[in-house]
Design a protein around this ligand. Sequence first.
Ligand code: F0G
Length: 467
Amino acid sequence: MEKTARATEKAVQRCIDASCGGTFGLRERIYVCPCCGGTLEIDCRLDGLRAGGEASVWRERWASRAASHDPIDVSGVWRYREMLPFDEPIPFVTLFEGNTPVYHGPRSARYCGLDDLRLKHQGCNPTGSFKDTGMSAAVTQGVVLGAKTAVCASTGNTSASLAAYAGRAGLQAAVLLPRGQISAGKLAQSLDYGALVCEIDGNFDDCMRLIQELGDDPSIYVANSINPFRIEGQKTVAFEMMEQCLWQPPDHVVVPGGNMGNSTALGKGFQELLDLGFISRIPKLSVIQAEGAAPVARLFASLDRKQTAGGENLPATMAPVENPRTLATAIKIGAPVSWKKALRAVLRSGGEVISVSEQEIADAKAMIGRDGIGCEPGSATTVAGIKKLVAAGKIRSDENVIAVLTGHMLKDADYAANYHRGGLAIDRDAKQGSTPQPIRGAFQNTPERVAASKSAILSAMERRRSC
Ligand code: F0G
């Protein structure tokens, strides 16, 4: 394979390792750099966009598409198609992803010690998680390349999303899931959308290793976020968020961290907007991991911040967490594949990577719920993390903060029900037979058994009003 792609292409795949710098054409079905094994990203040559008019012209064009009924405009990904590495006509695969709301969360804000907090709810996507924006682009690229089967390893959301988008495109989907570690709702989605569901005896990281092996087969297309086209679809969240903020960047954007695709994508989206002059600065991007699955937070804490400022001089490797543990199963990952790209984005922005405990996640989730917003446990790491960052003086109470909620509450309804009924508990460690550690429902809302009479119901209401 040639190391340098033709200069005429709209975009190229580029190795992020500066000492390699290999570039490859968009039609190359590769997931890591064929020269050095490094991570790939897509370098969208945005000159066409620059030549197409001022920022205001593009902002107006994108905004006007939101009022159109043409499917390519309705999609919150393809509406920004000039920023994406696809030649027209694009055989786009869509379920009308994106277009997700930004809510104010006054109770969550108070809980964190902030004057205001906004929550961008990516759980309002078609399959209930943020994966849909990236999957729309990845499955479209699979179609461009003539793939027969699209595969992924997953903690449940990527698989649900791949199954749905592959179904739309008429591709076979095969998903590798760690057996017994996926919420029932997410598993049901993959089954219903017709994917081949392979339950693997192992954890997510084992599934991911198998995917990397399967990726060599020419009939197979890998749809995990190691695939740079996934990141391209997902970066549009940054564009949509900035539109919703009237192009005034917030001071902080906070996301959960698992395989680290989301943080990579947001960082890339903001950077491109800055390079084009569409925004004047990049928000500080912070990533929150669960304490029992926090390899990146651990590495981040050990970094020399001066040496690595601007995302330079990153370590070559990251020690994985061998047996990741968290009830936030979406982010139960010990060896995230996109750690380097994500770390670079966080460091460039001046953000942080920290971890939060199971108790902190559970309480933050209940607090988000009190704002009338349902998210899954992995998403609630954001509010738990913001509370910690405010307490540590890393976020000021009057700063402008957006938390990205990544999955819908109904993705893992059992977790919420168990929290409120007082039945949430996590195994203490990987050893068999250890007693589970209970998680206190500090904002528990236990259902009440009430007699079937008007007066009993009214008095139950009265009791609640007075507490
Ligand atoms: N939140 C939710 C709800 C997720 O499902 C995931 C990842 C994350 C956060 C972390 O995002 O991996 O981009 O850092 N879920 C993947 C999956 C791993 O297979 O569904 P990330």
